[in-house]
Design a protein around this ligand. Structure first.
Ligand code: IMP
Ligand code: MG
Length: 329
């Protein structure tokens, strides 16, 4: 068994959908598994020139690969069926490819109602926190308890360990390191684990992990209730050029420069082998970039100097890949 992981190193919205889509196209995966979160996620994918935003369903579906919502996830049946329908309308045979681990938990209408009253965290109001609370409070509802989901259920142990066939998995993470329940800026976090360790909770042994693709942006964005935006008016331009509005809620994302120390922490904790830095073209267009390093703001004349700093400062074996947003794969 071999598994690669796509994991976000900042606050989500770094382009995991794009990276997962590209990997599915170029590698020989047998399964793509979402390992955390629910429909709070919004993965923007350009497929054959068409923009599709997925919330629950992993990117394998675009390439005929079995796509599983893993046991670490929470599923909202209404959103799930809506997404299946949208994908089918776009000509993607989602019904034949998408599965839900029978022990994944369900976001109920009560969870949605409760999350809708949130004013302190700035959640996506998708029922995520209440569903995980119910799971860990041992009062939750699992996918196997919902008759409407029956046709999609899978036993992940049998699927990954029981067939004797080649298994090569892409784990697709949701949210990001800064939103992780343990490593993020608590309480301004999501309710799931957003690191590589979380992928392992979905049925694979640690030895199976091959590559860990960390995804970051050349600047940072965050959506939620805490103050995050930097004081420089340049962030208004970055937000417009980078189309930094939530894929799930449409909220404007607060922007700031990259925090180098936290990025390194995320790289180390996640065991990242390769970092994809997205939105290089946005920095090129604004013509200036900075990085917070050891509490100081380091200014660069342009993206080339910033890329050189990044490549020179990454830990030993970690490879940097730079990518523009307009390169729509
Ligand atoms: P929740 O996950 O909906 O409970 O929201 C908790 C925090 O995580 C809020 O600040 C959300 O805006 C943020 N968040 C949750 N999911 C995502 C995501 O997929 N991308 C970016 N931010 C997210
Ligand atoms: Mg997103």
């Amino acid at each position: 068994m071999i598994a690669d992981v796509v994991v976000d190193l900042q606050y989500g919205d770094c382009g995991k959908g794009k990276v997962a889509h590209h990997l599915c196209k170029t590698k020989k995966y047998t399964h793509v598994i979402r390992y955390n979160g629910g429909c709070n996620a919004g993965h923007t994918i350009y497929h054959n020139g068409r923009k599709i935003i997925t919330h629950h369903i992993p990117a394998g579906v675009f390439f005929g690969i079995k796509s599983i919502i893993g046991p670490g996830c929470v599923v909202e049946p209404g959103q799930f069926f809506k997404e299946i329908k949208e994908l089918e309308e776009a000509g993607i045979p989602a019904r034949d490819l998408v599965y839900i681990a029978k022990n994944a938990h369900v976001i109920t209408s009560d969870h949605l109602r409760e999350d809708n009253t949130d004013t302190t965290i700035g959640t996506t109001k998708r029922g995520n926190g209440p569903a995980y609370r119910a799971k860990y409070g041992r009062t939750g509802v699992r996918a196997q308890d919902v008759p409407a989901l029956e046709a999609f259920l899978i036993d992940i142990y049998d699927e990954l360990h029981g067939t004797g066939e080649r298994v090569e998995i892409l784990f697709e993470g949701a949210q990001g390191f800064g939103l992780d329940i343990d490593w993020g800026d608590y309480p301004y976090v999501t309710s799931s684990h957003c690191t590589t360790a979380s992928a392992l909770l979905n049925g694979v042994p640690p030895q199976a992990i091959r590559n860990v693709f960390g995804v970051a942006k050349m600047y940072e964005t965050y959506v939620g209730a805490k103050k995050f935006e930097g004081s420089d008016p340049i962030f208004n331009r970055i937000r417009e050029l980078g189309e930094e509005y939530g894929a799930t809620t449409g909220r404007p994302r607060q922007c700031n420069w990259m925090n180098w120390n936290r990025l390194i922490k995320a790289i180390k904790i996640n065991g990242v082998t390769e970092v994809i830095f997205n939105k290089v073209d946005i920095i090129e267009e604004v013509g200036h970039a900075s990085i917070y390093n050891d509490g100081e703001l380091v200014d660069f004349d342009g993206p080339t100097a910033m890329k050189d700093f990044i490549s020179d400062s990454l830990p030993g074996n970690v490879v940097a890949v730079f990518s523009g947003d307009k390169e729509r794969i």
